[in-house]
Design a protein around this ligand. Structure first.
Ligand code: CMP
Length: 145
């Protein structure tokens, strides 16, 4: 089934954007939206709200607000799971052992500085895509007068 997911290149891997885009196309996925953004602390906390009680929450926010991110809407057959498979295990050290070709194995450093993010379900993808690429349906058009 054709799906859309949110793929994020985190600050530590932005310099590898070329390789990562190549990997996305090699996996038979396509990029339908993309932007480079710097998140505020509050925006990052909002995006990662499900992790707010975790011990690593502050480190995570520190990291993802340390520089620009590249957010992409990635589309294709089974896009949610295919993109997560490309990323590999959350912890980059685990990725190097279990999935040495994965993006986190290649470009991540540890459990927090792990090169990328991918939505974990279609429901998460819908919420996370709306976060980075808000739909304008129902809003007033810009006043061009
Ligand atoms: P991500 O896929 O963006 O989802 C939540 C993020 O929190 C994760 O990637 C890591 O960057 C970070 N994270 C998840 N688990 C841990 C952990 N056990 N220790 C430190 N950071 C973590």
């Amino acid at each position: 089934k054709t799906e859309r997911t949110l793929a994020v290149i985190k600050p530590d891997a932005v310099i590898k954007v070329g390789d990562i885009i190549q990997s996305i196309y090699d996996a038979n996925l396509t990029i339908t939206k993309a932007k480079m953004v710097m998140l505020s602390w509050k925006q990052a906390a909002d995006f990662y709200t499900e992790h707010q009680s975790k011990s690593f929450f502050n480190n995570l926010l520190q990291f993802v607000t340390s520089g620009p991110l590249i957010a992409m809407e990635v589309m294709g057959e089974e896009a949610v799971s295919v993109w997560r498979k490309l990323l590999g295990p959350t912890d980059s050290e685990t990725a190097r052992k279990e999935a040495p070709e994965s993006l986190r194995a290649r470009y991540g450093s540890d459990g927090t500085r792990n090169a990328g993010h991918g939505s974990d379900s279609l429901a998460s993808a819908a919420r996370e895509l709306e976060f980075f690429f808000p739909s304008t349906a129902g809003h007033s058009p810009p006043n061009t007068a």
